[in-house]
Design a protein around this ligand. Structure first.
Ligand SMILES: C[S@@+](CC[C@H](N)C(=O)[O-])C[C@H]1O[C@@H](n2cnc3c(N)ncnc32)[C@H](O)[C@@H]1O
Length: 210
């Protein structure tokens, strides 16, 4: 498995600004995503580190991986401000530079839409999680409204949105992908972020077990 090179200089700068603006709406969801975690936690596609401030004190160490150089530099700054220990590394979601069964939990937030091969990413997450450990996910997913889903399919096929948004796809059924990778979904619920007519709507937040 060759690590994909991830370089999206324009999107990375846009996202860095946008993520700050979204924090009022998204901060509470990030706290919910991470609540109750403990031990050694892996976060893939950590972006500019918007989750770091929300990790609870029960976490011993966050292994945060981000392949995009500009966002990784911002994540390194955010790690210094975090209340828990955060180490930022340069790696994509697959292959993961970690031993098998070496983390107590893993986190994906707004990442499984973007990785080129979500099944490869999920297989790697499952490999490094201890048996029965939690995958916490917060992702935007394919709409169950047929008309909206058709627009999302078209958008992914046309490559317009993926090119504009750093590889993001709108039409992925991520909960089904998590199950297909062998995880057991423990909880999942929909939530809205941004306008309901938006192409990256709706979102899900949940917990799956390896
Ligand atoms: C929309 S951003 C989300 C960032 C962060 N997780 C958050 O919640 O704010 C998507 C992230 O996925 C990263 N990414 C892109 N391709 C990736 C890959 N193959 N493996 C891991 N992360 C990737 C991007 O660099 C970016 O940081």
């Amino acid at each position: 498995m060759n690590p994909p090179e991830v370089k999206h200089p324009l999107f990375a700068r846009f996202f860095n600004r946008f993520a700050g603006l979204m924090e009022r709406e998204l901060g509470e969801r990030r706290r919910e995503l991470l609540a109750g975690l403990s031990g050694r936690v892996l976060e893939v596609g950590a972006g500019n580190g918007m989750n770091f401030r929300h990790y609870p004190a029960t976490v011993d160490e966050v292994v945060a991986l981000e392949p995009e150089p500009y966002l990784r530099s911002k994540a390194e700054l955010a790690a210094r401000e975090a209340a828990v220990k955060v180490g930022v590394g340069s790696a994509a979601a697959y292959p993961l530079p970690l031993e098998g069964e070496s983390v107590d939990a893993a986190v994906t937030s707004l990442v499984l839409c973007t990785v080129p091969d979500p099944q490869a990413a999920l297989a790697e997450l499952r490999r490094v999680l201890k048996p029965g450990a939690e995958l916490r996910f917060m992702e935007h997913v394919r709409s169950d409204r047929p008309r909206k889903a058709r627009v999302q399919d078209w958008s992914d096929r046309s490559r317009i949105w993926p090119r504009m948004a750093g590889g993001c796809h709108c039409a992925r059924n991520t909960v089904a992908a998590i199950e297909a990778a062998g995880f057991e979904i423990e909880s999942v619920r929909d939530f809205g972020l941004g306008p309901s007519w938006g192409i990256t709507y709706p979102h899900v937040i949940g917990v799956a077990r390896a």
